[in-house]
Design a protein. Structure first.
Length: 298
């Protein structure tokens, strides 16, 4: 059974679609965030039945759950996990044609999920990756209840798109995505990934390219072209742990460093490579960070 092979390589595998029912510890919900739009939520109850710790995972653009399954499972040793698959993902159920992909709307979705599970009263931690890191940070621009702590993976203020990619996404029809997918994977492998030091990141992102819905990716990408974060990180009054990889060609390590400098209570860690941010070892560090907050040591 696949569950018996739940090791540190599963998140880097070529598997794209599986029967999640084989993971007996995993629950799946759909949460309505607006009329005509349901988001899929993966819930993992904590192995510690008495745990009141809640971690909300906000992954990156078109990120596939299998890329997170090991780290989420590791975190569930101490916490209840709520993994949100956001509105651009292929699992979101759209029953209307016009969907808003502004990042502020993603932050509103996050609040609606928190409210749905009544996590405001219980308290929670936010774990955001790349686009998800910005969504988690944007959540703090509102009057929503602050988390107990926040973990950000490769946070950035802007999103990198080359000039030709902007032209392609803006003017090319969505159906053209599949014919040029081999080219996109070639570019990902040879120009956007360090295949010597960080080959696993290629497999994480290749699966995301292969499973995304072109129309949704196009609409979301257009919103990100000229995006510039206005989050006031200096106002964060809770502990923050930031992970980034200096050899990561997909995300801006320099922007993650700059963001770190503005946060009052922060830990910054330069990990070996981006794939390590989704590993059990890194999740174990996250767990330690959370437990120290719970004990009042942060």
């Amino acid at each position: 059974m696949l569950e018996e092979k739940l090791d540190d390589n599963l998140h880097l595998s070529n598997i794209k679609e599986i029967d999640y029912s084989i993971f007996t510890w995993l629950e799946i919900d759909y949460v309505k965030v607006e009329e005509g739009l349901l988001l899929r939520i993966f819930k993992i109850p904590s192995e510690n039945k008495e745990s009141k710790i809640n971690v909300i995972v906000v992954p990156g653009l078109c990120s596939h759950f299998l890329g997170w399954i090991n780290s989420d499972h590791e975190l569930s040793k101490i916490a209840n996990i709520y993994h949100i698959e956001s509105r651009e993902k292929n699992t979101a159920k759209h029953s209307k044609k016009k969907i808003d992909y502004k990042l502020e709307t993603f932050a509103e979705d996050l609040n609606k999920v928190i409210t749905y599970y009544n996590l405001n009263e219980q308290g929670f931690y936010l774990l955001g990756d790349s686009l998800g890191a910005e969504i988690a940070a944007l959540y703090m621009k509102t009057s929503y209840k602050a988390p107990k702590g926040m973990i950000l993976i490769s946070p950035a203020e802007t999103f990198s798109f080359s000039g030709w990619m902007k032209i392609l996404f803006r003017f090319a029809p969505a159906w053209l995505y599949y014919p040029i997918l081999p080219l996109l994977k070639l570019i990902l492998k040879h120009y956007r990934t360090d295949m010597v030091n960080d080959p696993g990141t290629y497999y994480l992102n290749k699966r995301n390219l292969e499973t995304g819905i072109p129309k949704r990716m196009k609409a979301c990408a257009i919103e990100l072209f000229n995006y510039k974060s206005e989050v006031d990180y200096s106002s964060f009054e809770f502990p923050v742990y930031i992970f980034a990889a200096s050899n990561d060609k997909m995300h801006s390590y320099e922007q993650s460093e700059e963001i770190t400098k503005r946060i009052p209570n922060v830990i910054f860690e330069n990990v070996l490579n981006f794939q390590e941010t989704h590993s059990r070892e890194t999740a174990s560090k996250m767990s330690k960070f959370i437990l120290e907050i719970e004990k009042g040591k942060k």
